[in-house]
Write a protein that binds this ligand. Structure first.
Ligand code: PD2
Ligand code: ZN
Length: 284
């Protein structure tokens, strides 16, 4: 690299930035790049700042953009959240990725009402086909399921309004509530809920409200064994306790979000969940 002889007012030029990105792309670790800048006469603060801002800018060109996501009101570390019609318990919080486990989010009557209304409409679960934007049966997902339309009945309306207060995110940005039933052996292998920007079907899918930015899984019936919701990147497993819920968000449609998650196989009994996916904008 070109030697830096003057000691005042060094600045991060486009050439310096390009050089840093080139070094990083060639596989040189940041500390090595920093050492070589210092050896060329760069002041340490300028060299570190150059390293940080060059890498940040480079990341912005190769990763999908970061987008705003719903954030729960947990600033004062409350034990309970008053959601107007119900007080729910904050059981645990993971900060990166944001994963919040909530106790008593649904009443037993609400769980039963959702399952009763869903039961006659259950069919083998489909997933969005990322190649085409349509739907397909997926061997990674061996549950039965159905979708309510948004606001379809009084219980669905009440739960959707509660979710909107929890997430401080417009109710209109939510997809219709999905119900899934898992018997023994059924599972949902680890996946991301966002739509992969590299897949050809994604532009079609995101015309209806943009990317998914958060998921809430509510447990309606608990199996005796198995069926936890796993987050393999962070070694977390959420117990599928009836009435409880888990919220998680993903600021970037990329594995670096660490939002990989799955439904572990049910070993004994039956697991039922309701899933709400939140989009960036109104889901139409
Ligand atoms: O059933 C689950 O625990 C589970 C796991 C992963 C549900 C979903 N994803 C989902 O509905 O997206
Ligand atoms: Zn999922």
């Amino acid at each position: 690299m070109k030697s830096q002889t003057h000691t005042t007012a060094q600045s991060i030029t486009p050439e310096l930035r390009a050089w840093v990105v080139e070094q990083a792309s060639a596989g040189h670790p940041p500390e090595v790049v920093l050492q070589s800048m210092l050896a060329s006469g760069w002041q340490e603060e300028v060299a570190i700042a150059a390293l940080e801002c060059s890498i940040e800018q480079h990341i912005a060109t190769v990763l999908p953009p970061e987008v705003p996501v719903p954030v729960l009101a947990l600033q004062e570390q409350p034990l309970y959240l008053d959601l107007g019609d119900r007080r729910v318990t904050v059981l645990s919080v993971l900060h990166k990725p944001q994963v919040v486990v909530l106790g008593d989010f649904l009443s037993a009557e609400e769980c039963d009402a959702l399952m009763d209304a869903a039961r006659p409409r259950l069919a083998r679960s489909l997933t969005v086909a990322s190649k085409t934007g349509g739907e397909e049966v997926n061997a990674d997902r061996t549950s039965n399921g159905m979708f309510f339309t948004r606001g379809e009945n009084a219980v669905v309306q009440r739960i959707e309004a509660r979710l909107a207060r929890l997430t401080q995110w417009p109710l209109e940005n939510g997809e219709g509530l999905q119900i899934l039933q898992y018997g023994p052996g059924a599972q949902y292998r680890p996946h991301y809920d966002y739509f992969d920007p590299k897949e050809p079907g994604t532009p079609t899918i995101v015309k209806r409200g943009g990317q998914r930015v958060a998921t809430i899984i509510m447990y309606l019936a608990e199996p005796e064994k198995g069926g936890g919701t796993t987050f393999p990147d962070v070694g977390l497993e959420v117990a599928p306790k009836r009435g409880n819920a888990v919220f998680f968000s993903y600021t970037r449609a990329h594995p670096s979000s660490q939002s990989l998650h799955g439904g572990a196989p049910v070993i004994e009994g039956e697991k039922w969940i309701a899933t709400k996916w939140l989009r960036e904008r109104e889901f139409v």
